[in-house]
Design a protein around this ligand. Sequence first.
Ligand code: PLP
Length: 390
Amino acid sequence: MKLAQRVGRIGESATLEVSRRAKALKAQGEEVFDLSAGEPDFDSPKVVVEAARRALAEGKTRYTDGRGIPELRQALAKRFARQNGAAWSQDQVLITAGAKMSLFELFMALVDGGGKVVMPSPYWVSFPEQVRFAGGEPVMVPMRAERGFAIEAQPLIEAIDAKTRAVLINSPGNPTGGLIAAEELRILAQACRDRGIVLIADETYERLIYGDKSHASVASLAAEMEETVVLVGSFSKTYAMTGWRIGYVLGPVPLLKALTKIQSHSTSNPTTFAMYGALAALAEAEEDVLANLAEFAARRTLLVQRLGKVPGVTCASPDGAFYAFPNVSAHFGPGRTDSIELAKYLLEEVRVAVVPGAAFGSPDNIRLSFACSRETLTRALDRMAEALSR
Ligand SMILES: Cc1ncc(COP(=O)(O)O)c(C=O)c1O
């Protein structure tokens, strides 16, 4: 069998070996303290489940408009108009099978023939792989750990060249929890507009922000820079709806038309009754969102405090999302020469599962998720501290 060249352009995830081993240990009945989760450990809100159940009972089980149900597109357009003064119409909203599919379609629409996508590093694993898959070239621009991996406009702007098709940011960010400040976002968006380049903002973690920080959404620039600003969002993390596979993209009309074409020949509409669940989430699940946020905030405090007590580990307090991204390079040595080996070591020695930073372009770090109980966090951190002291 001869596989297409595009498959060869994407690699197997560097984290796969560790997660495979963690799964195998769990299957053998071993207790694993799992800090590797990329999804909330909460149930989807009851109102959402009920709405989907009702939709099923009412026979909402057929194809819909390929762009998603108009009610949901309209609700999202209204939401961003109300909150951010965005002027996106319902026709500038596409519902997709998760934000991952939004991004995939965007790169398929924007990038080919080595076209570049500039992005901050550390980055979410799928960003560069999706760009490569589409025939493009990801350009990673390092952000500073001492600034909590906040996204800075200037180095990203400097990386733009004649082959750049888009700049991609993710705030709050996976794996760092770093944010982009409103003024940096404006500078970056203006630079993209001046060069006729699209700015894609992945705002999947928009509601998960801690302390006195706030979310700077690209939606607030959409009225002014409508031609070049694109927002990607998701119901997965905000509403604990990862398995529902509902995401969305808002942006300029010609781009949305291109995405609609791609979607019409790939997934067609996202699952019909799941979209009715998402509609209920927007209208009725605020209490759930706030309760989950409060729990995440408490866990974040716990995690950061505990990490601060582990000698040789430095960690910026994450401003958003549900991950901490400590630098553990002081603990590299024989048998644990990099983040992948260190992650294996933690799993084998003390049954703590973490994701090596190498997967996110940052080999000195590991990603710890706090989408797990406080008890798991406490016990995992105790074990980690002990293992690293050896
Ligand atoms: C930064 C980022 N974007 C997008 C996604 C994908 O979200 P969805 O479940 O909506 O496809 C994730 C999921 O981990 C993510 O971390």
